[in-house]
Design a protein around this ligand. Structure first.
Ligand SMILES: [Ca+2]
Ligand SMILES: [Ca+2]
Length: 149
């Protein structure tokens, strides 16, 4: 289930739909009848258009998961909620977090063990190898994608 969300999100990113505008574009593309909400049929076809072949049961499961209010339609904010990249990033956009806080939570990812605000080489290497990233280039790319820098 979480995998399917991740897969769908990855597809959106692949198509350049990383920000709110991109997600909004994706939503509009799926909303074939311009009703401003996605029916199960529109959602199913949209997923197919992404080249994802989820079994019907997963599509329905995903649909009701995203359809938080259970009104059998996915509204844009429900769609956005499910597909936006990360909470901290959104908080930053909303101005709820300062850059310092973002940096802090960023460092927290690496700063394991005693959170002393510094990241030792060992901590960094641990994360780095755990993240399964082969090259520096990919690492930088990942960071840029995740943090919009
Ligand atoms: Ca619609
Ligand atoms: Ca809904």
């Amino acid at each position: 289930m979480a995998d399917h969300i991740t897969e769908l999100r990855a597809k959106c990113l692949e198509r350049g739909a990383s920000g709110i505008h991109g997600i909004s574009r994706t939503f509009r593309n799926m909303d074939v009848d311009h009703s401003n909400w996605l029916s199960l049929k529109e959602f199913r076809n949209g997923i197919k258009d992404f080249g994802l072949s989820f079994p019907e049961s997963s599509v329905e499961e995903l649909f009701s998961y995203i359809d938080k209010d259970g009104q059998h339609g996915i509204l844009f904010n429900e769609f956005l909620e499910a597909l936006r990249p990360s909470m901290s990033q959104t908080r930053y956009i909303n101005g709820e977090m300062t850059e310092d806080q973002i940096l802090r939570s960023f460092l927290d990812v690496f700063d394991q063990g005693v959170k002393d605000g510094t990241v030792t080489e060992e901590e960094f290497t641990n994360y780095y190898s755990g993240a399964n990233i082969d090259t520096d280039e990919e690492f930088v790319k990942m960071m840029k994608t995740a943090w919009k820098i």
